[in-house]
Write a protein that binds this ligand. Structure first.
Ligand SMILES: [Zn+2]
Length: 258
């Protein structure tokens, strides 16, 4: 057993006993880990109030490879990101990303996933309310890519043929990317209008300007990326935070007159 010091984000916590909590951490150096924080609920806890969901810090873990539950010796907060809670769009997006980390990231070092997750939280914490969806969609796509499931968007996923960007483009969630007209056939699984395809390219490119999505387009992009995640990473079981974000479940739907 060794004492490891690593940057980490609290993904989830639950009470374990009168005085202890179990925390799920995304760590930079050890991947996703579960650890017990003994005494965290005592009045003079060594952790203070530090173990808040989505807070980032330096975790000291007694780590043993063969063990499922590690021991958290300390957690020194560097970033609380309380701004995430100021807007439900931001918060729901961050929760969906945290759930992806929790369920899909390995219990092994994957610094690129950790870094993508941190960039996502930073960008969401400062996103304007009307951009929160586009930011979350972008970082879910980018995290999916880092985890090994990047969609093929530049050429046909089946035969590599060029995909023209001036008309609408066929997209197959099951096959993991766009289809050329020959492969798409008469009834492609999903048809992206030219501007939805351009937005999808920009959303998947961290260096591109963030597309501005109106409510209907934001909904379509949330649905597309959520469906993609569920199809390719579905073995993780239900993704309640992703569902909540995709459906904007905090918004009261307008009364339907029909
Ligand atoms: Zn093709």
């Amino acid at each position: 057993m060794s004492l490891v010091s690593t940057r980490a984000v609290v993904l989830q916590t639950f009470r374990y006993s009168e005085t202890s909590k179990i925390v799920r951490l995304a760590t930079r150096d050890l991947g996703v880990q579960s650890a017990i924080a003994k005494g965290v609920l005592r009045p003079r806890s060594p952790f203070g109030a530090a173990l808040e969901t989505l807070s980032e810090g330096v975790a000291q873990l007694y780590h043993k490879e063969t063990r499922d539950l590690q021991t958290l010796a300390a957690f020194d907060v560097t970033e609380l990101r309380r701004d995430l809670a100021l807007d439900l769009g931001r918060f729901a997006g961050a929760a969906a990303l945290a759930q992806l980390m929790l369920k899909m990231a390995p219990a092994a070092p994957l610094p690129a996933a950790y870094d993508a997750f941190i960039h996502a939280l930073d960008n969401l914490a400062t996103a304007a309310a009307h951009n929160a969806d586009a930011v979350a969609v972008r970082w879910i796509w980018l995290l999916v890519g880092v985890l090994g499931f990047a969609p093929e968007l530049d050429a046909c996923v089946r035969d590599g043929a060029a995909v023209a960007g001036n008309g609408s483009v066929a997209f197959s969630t099951a096959e993991g990317g766009v289809l050329c007209p020959t492969c798409a056939g008469a009834q492609p699984p999903t048809r992206l209008p030219p501007h939805a395809y351009r937005d999808l390219l920009a959303l998947n490119d961290a260096g591109a300007e963030l597309p501005s999505l109106d409510a209907a387009h934001a909904r379509a992009h949330r649905r597309l990326v959520s469906r993609f995640v569920r199809h390719h990473m579905g073995e993780a079981g239900p993704l309640s935070a992703l569902d909540f974000w995709e459906q904007h479940a905090w918004v009261t739907p307008p009364l339907d007159a029909s």
